[in-house]
Design a protein around this ligand. Structure first.
Ligand code: S3P
Length: 181
């Protein structure tokens, strides 16, 4: 028999540029929860930027960091966790998050994502000749994994505040009926 899971935390997953960190901060503020961003934790732990980790250890090395951090997250309580865009592509990571967190996927179209990230340079996976094409391809590949979240919220035409309100609403509903989610 497996122990009943308790939803103590919220985890935001989804593609780069869907607003996980900004929305996560707003949600944490409202709930008086702590806020944590897996990329920030990895950078602090490794003493390197994400780009340096990709350079020196490759994407596979970075994914190992993510797995390690996900295991530690199981100990968290009253925390909003913003995850790196590729973290839930590992089914073990998604399953682990679902043990203690209500998992919300923030979704946006490739065009919206591109418009949000095009002036940023810190994401190794998008440093490509045709980033929009890369976003389309990666998003299509990852969609089945993102759809494993407890709920999927579209962010294209919503402000970060509106998305945060929706996350809060879904979380409260899920807590009232934890078995159904
Ligand atoms: C990645 C997303 C990034 C970061 C890394 C890889 C991905 O996080 O983890 O560059 O694979 O989609 P954000 O989603 O916070 O940009």
């Amino acid at each position: 028999m497996t122990a009943p899971r308790s939803i103590r935390n919220i985890a935001l997953c989804g593609f780069m540029g869907t607003g996980k960190s900004a929305v996560g901060r707003l949600v944490a503020e409202q709930l008086h929860f702590a806020f944590l961003d897996t990329d920030t934790v990895i950078e602090a732990r490794a003493g390197k930027t994400i780009a340096e980790i990709f350079d020196e250890q490759g994407e596979a090395g970075f994914r190992e960091w993510e797995k390690r951090i996900v295991k530690e997250l199981a100990l968290r309580d009253r925390t909003v966790i913003a995850t790196g865009g590729g973290l839930v592509v590992d089914p073990g990571n998604m399953a682990s998050l679902k043990e203690h967190a209500y998992v919300v996927c923030l979704w946006a179209s490739p065009e919206t994502i591109y418009s949000r990230v095009k002036n940023q340079t810190h994401r190794p996976l998008l440093n490509e000749a045709d980033p929009l094409e890369k976003i389309r391809r990666l998003l299509a590949e990852r969609a089945p994994f993102y759809k494993q979240a407890n709920v999927l919220l579209t962010t294209d035409i919503r402000s970060q505040r509106e998305v945060a309100q929706q996350v809060l609403h879904q979380f409260r509903v899920a807590r009232l009926a934890p078995v159904a989610h």
